[in-house]
Every structure is written in structure tokens, then in C-alpha cells.
Design a binder for this molecule. Structure first.
Ligand SMILES: Cc1cc2nc3c(=O)[nH]c(=O)nc-3n(C[C@H](O)[C@H](O)[C@H](O)COP(=O)(O)OP(=O)(O)OC[C@H]3O[C@@H](n4cnc5c(N)ncnc54)[C@H](O)[C@@H]3O)c2cc1C
Length: 292
């Protein structure tokens, strides 16, 4: 049962920040409500003791997607449907568009926000691997200060982030990539639609004369939280692409995932699938030259 809760709908950031400052741990932000309302229904410990809900939906500046001098700025309360429709994102950050297109159903995408997705920090949050390979930085505000932090540092553990109870995430900033990045986003669920991810992989690669100049690899669902594979990326940089290298990278990715998760009942199934998926992604990226 949903507990009795007082609801606020601030119309600007100043009002919102004052409410957060006043109510601290007794208050929670609600954006699309697709995680928090389900959490109330399930009696989730994460949402116990909440007396006040503060709705972001009336604050226009949190929904905007804009160009900045070096990239784009996405308001934290932009829904996945808004992200999918946005031409700037489709053009410059297509892996994020693909990830958005795989979230839930149309109805969920119309409500669910990008900020809510990574603040909730479920292992299967679909936006996270795409945001990680694009080196997303997020902006956080409280009454007293604004701070910027990389998404990779913001995410701590499953369902835990650096966010304090008096803070709101206002923006996600994605820096433009230099030319000629190729990439792919892959999600495996139990079925094609309205499915929680079992495996997600986002890969960006830049080749210069058949050598890997840069590569960025991130997973979701198959690791405790969305994660970049920095040492694997370092190993791959400077190497000449070949089938042998792809097989080696896929083998190493499996080992890194095993290190991150430990041996689980699902490892015997998931690891070969994730390795094969990653190998095919690398082949596909090279063969089709998908510009990202
Ligand atoms: C049927 C169904 C299917 C789903 N399928 C998928 C799927 O395929 N892939 C997927 O990734 N997810 C899926 N989800 C989960 C969910 O839709 C997403 O995680 C969603 O993006 C959460 O955003 P929201 O706006 O609804 O968050 P809310 O539920 O409003 O909030 C979630 C958490 O984030 C906090 N929060 C929200 N915005 C901010 C902010 N700007 N600053 C600070 N804190 C904030 C809230 O306080 C709360 O703790 C599904 C959910 C349902 C119900």
C-alpha cells in the first residue's frame, strides 16, 4: 500500500531546492515515478519513511535538451520519449537514442526520465552503459552549491549514488566526440519488448589505419552496476584490429566481468553470451562502419 505522503509541485529550481533543504531525508524527488511508485507498492526499504514527494515535472528547465559550446546538455527530467525524438541526440549520441528506444514500453518511455534511471541505479538501467561510453558528466545542485561529477564516480553500488538528500541532479552533459567514432549498443532481455535487461553492452571505437586509436566499453545488468572496462580499453588501444584481437578482447571481457561479479549460478550461461555478443559487436562495428 502507498503510505500517506504530502505532495509538492515546485515551478522553479529555487523552490525545489528550498523544499529539499527543509525536508532532507523525509523527502524524495519524484520525476516519472516509474521506479518510486513501484517501490512504494512493493514496500521497498529504500522508500520507507518518506513523508514528502517533490515533483520535478513542473520545472521546464529540467526538461530541456540544448547545445553547449562543447557538447549537449540534457535536463535530468527529460523523458526517454523526449530523448528519442531529439535530433541533436540522435545525430551526435545515437547509442543513447538506441538505449532509450529499448526502455520498457511507449507508456513507460513517456514517463520515465533519464535522471531517474541513473539516480535509481538499478544494475539493469539501460541508459547507463551508453552514458558511460560518452563520458557523461552530471550537474548537481543544492541550496548552497552546484557540483559537477562524472557519472562513473556518481554511481556507487546497486541502488546507491553520491546524491545527498538535499540535492537534485539538474543536467547531464555529453561532450562531442571527435570524428570517426564507430559504435554499437546491445541489449539482451528475456523478450524483445518491456523486458528488464539481462545483458547490455555499449562500445565506441575509433580506428586510425586499422589500429584502435580509442575504444570505450561499458556494460550493464551483467555487472553489479553499469561499469567501464578501463584496463581492457588500455590493453586494446594501439593494437591492429584482427579476428584474433577481437577473440582475445572478448575472452578478457569475460574475465573482467567474472572478477566484478564473482561466480554466480547464471555465469555459465551469461559469460559465453556476453563474450560472443561483444565479439560480434566488434566485428559488426568494423564491417558496417557505423558512425557514432
Ligand atoms: C513496466 C516497467 C518497465 C521498465 N523497463 C525498463 C527498461 O527496460 N529499462 C530500464 O532501464 N528501466 C526500466 N524501467 C525502470 C524505470 O522506468 C527507469 O529506471 C526510469 O528511468 C526511472 O525514471 P523515473 O523518472 O520514473 O524515476 P522516479 O521513479 O521518479 O525516481 C527514481 C529515483 O530517482 C530519484 N530521482 C529522479 N529524478 C531525480 C533527479 N533529477 N535528481 C535527483 N533524484 C532524482 C527519485 O527520488 C527516486 O529515488 C521499467 C519500469 C517499469 C515500471
Amino acid at each position: 500500500m502507498i503510505p500517506k505522503i504530502e505532495y509538492f509541485s515546485p515551478v522553479n529550481l529555487t523552490e525545489l531546492l528550498k523544499l529539499l533543504d527543509r525536508h532532507q531525508q523525509a523527502a524524495k524527488i519524484i520525476a516519472g515515478g516509474t521506479d518510486i511508485i513501484a517501490g512504494f507498492h512493493q514496500g521497498s526499504a529504500r522508500f520507507k519513511g518518506i513523508k514528502y514527494l517533490i515533483d520535478l515535472n513542473w520545472i521546464d528547465e529540467l526538461k530541456k535538451v540544448e547545445l553547449s559550446s562543447d557538447g549537449i546538455v540534457i535536463g535530468s527530467a527529460a523523458s526517454f520519449s523526449e530523448i528519442l525524438k531529439n535530433e541533436l541526440i540522435n545525430h551526435h549520441f545515437p547509442l543513447l537514442s538506441t538505449a532509450a528506444s529499448r526502455v520498457g514500453s511507449v507508456q513507460i518511455r513517456n514517463r520515465a526520465t533519464i535522471g531517474g534511471n541513473f539516480v535509481n541505479n538499478a544494475p539493469c538501467a539501460d541508459s547507463v552503459p551508453a552514458l558511460l561510453v560518452y563520458d557523461a558528466e552530471i550537474r548537481i545542485r543544492s541550496v548552497e552549491a552546484e557540483r559537477a561529477v562524472s557519472l562513473a564516480d556518481f554511481l556507487l553500488k546497486p541502488y546507491q549514488t553520491q546524491l545527498r538528500s538535499d540535492e537534485v541532479v539538474t543536467q547531464i552533459r555529453l561532450p562531442f566526440l571527435s570524428e570517426n567514432y564507430l559504435g554499437d549498443f546491445y541489449k539482451l532481455g528475456r523478450r524483445r519488448g518491456v523486458a528488464i535487461s539481462r545483458i547490455t553492452l555499449a562500445v565506441l571505437m575509433k580506428l586510425v589505419e586499422s589500429k584502435i586509436d580509442d575504444i570505450r566499453i561499458a556494460s550493464g545488468a551483467v555487472t553489479p552496476i553499469g561499469k567501464r572496462f578501463v584496463s581492457l580499453e588500455q590493453f586494446a588501444r594501439g593494437k591492429t584490429v584482427s579476428d584474433h584481437l577481437y577473440r582475445e578482447l572478448a575472452r578478457m571481457l569475460g574475465n573482467e566481468i567474472l572478477d566484478a561479479t564473482g561466480l554466480r549460478w547464471s555465469s555459465a550461461y551469461k559469460l559465453p553470451v556476453v563474450q560472443q555478443t561483444f565479439y560480434q559487436q566488434l566485428q559488426h562495428i568494423y564491417q558496417t562502419g557505423n558512425l557514432r
